[in-house]
Write a protein that binds this ligand. Structure first.
Ligand SMILES: C[S@@+](CC[C@H](N)C(=O)[O-])C[C@H]1O[C@@H](n2cnc3c(N)ncnc32)[C@H](O)[C@@H]1O
Length: 316
């Protein structure tokens, strides 16, 4: 299989048009994945692109796919939170555009051995970087204190049945623990009240798996670190585009972009502005772009995608 068949990039035309790619421009793809977006960006103009990914397998595929672009394409094994170090290594001061397409690739979901999917039975892992020395989903499920685990599943999975699920997990621990995705998925399914199971649009384990993936990979922490630094490393007029797939990430991106675009940060009670804040960026679109019904029919992953973007203003 080649990279193009392992993952279909979402909102591809919207991303490449939104970045307004120009000749000689410097672009960052912080979630290179299988390189679908990166390839389209490099093909659009004679620009250069730095691609980062925490997943070495994805990176290997992407490097092969981008090799026709020669020295215009750079790929590194890194978290997007550390993008500045890799820009410095290339001698890049400021970017003309940056993209994040956050989440898991179809390749990661479809490879059972990575332990991301409740559909394929495998060892519970969920590390995007297979070599990272961090607790796996198996470690968290089997060792975390019950209250901490319940809170995390409720918060990061937005799971209303977190208490019932954790109660089953605690019982399973006494019988030897939970080792596989299949064991966890069946346990969560059994913990769901029958009426909920009957009306659920998704598998009952979806939210618990999301929570564990966010925890294992510190997904919100990485995104926060990226957002804190990125505008400072962009050119005036440079564009930042972010695709998210769940509401926790989308909320963080939305709130940050709206704060950048605000002229005043004084509390609503203030009669006159005392903060002196100036907008740092403008929103490219008031509402996020979503995939068309046609795209969703071809690529069901696109259904939950939201694309938000800003353009950096002068003076920052
Ligand atoms: C949805 S895929 C990206 C697909 C890509 N846009 C394409 O066209 O093939 C998301 C990728 O982001 C990577 N990823 C997730 N969090 C990351 C992080 N903090 N730093 C770097 N890569 C990350 C995942 O390993 C995965 O390969």
């Amino acid at each position: 299989m080649n990279s193009a068949t392992l993952h279909t990039p979402v909102l591809l035309h919207e991303v490449v048009d939104g970045l307004a790619v120009k000749d000689g421009g410097l672009y960052l793809d912080g979630t290179l994945g299988l390189g679908g977006h990166a390839e389209a960006i490099l093909a659009r103009r004679e620009c250069s692109l730095l691609g980062l990914d925490r997943d070495r397998t994805a990176l290997r595929y992407a490097m092969g796919r981008l090799s026709p672009f020669g020295l215009r394409a750079h790929a590194q094994h890194a978290s997007f939170a550390d993008f500045a170090v890799h820009m410095d290594a290339l001698g890049w001061d400021r970017l003309d555009g940056a993209l994040l397409d956050i989440g898991v690739s179809s390749m990661q979901l479809d490879r059972g051995e990575r332990g991301f999917s409740y559909r394929l039975d495998a060892r519970l892992d969920m590390r995007m970087d297979q070599e990272a020395d961090v607790p796996t989903a198996c470690d968290i499920v089997n060792t975390w204190d019950a209250d901490r685990l319940r809170e995390a599943i409720a918060r990061f999975g937005e799971e209303p049945n977190a208490a019932r699920i954790v109660s089953r997990i605690v019982t399973a621990r006494k019988k030897g623990g939970i080792r596989t995705t299949g064991e966890l998925a069946s346990l969560v399914e059994a913990a769901y009240p029958a009426a909920w199971r009957a009306k659920a649009r998704h598998h009952p384990a979806t939210r618990t798996f999301q929570a564990l993936r966010i925890l294992v990979n510190d997904e919100l922490g990485q995104l926060n670190r990226f957002l804190e630094q990125i505008l400072g490393r962009m050119q005036t007029g440079g564009r930042l585009l972010i695709i998210t797939f769940h509401s926790l990430e989308d909320r963080l991106v939305k709130q940050t972009m709206h704060r950048w675009a605000k002229a005043c940060l004084c509390p609503p009670s203030a009669r006159t502005c005392v903060c002196g804040h100036k907008p740092e960026a403008v929103l490219l679109w008031k509402k996020p772009l979503v995939a068309s019904p046609e795209e969703c029919a071809i690529n069901p992953r696109a259904t939950s995608a939201k694309l938000r973007a800003v353009e950096k203003l002068a003076g920052q």
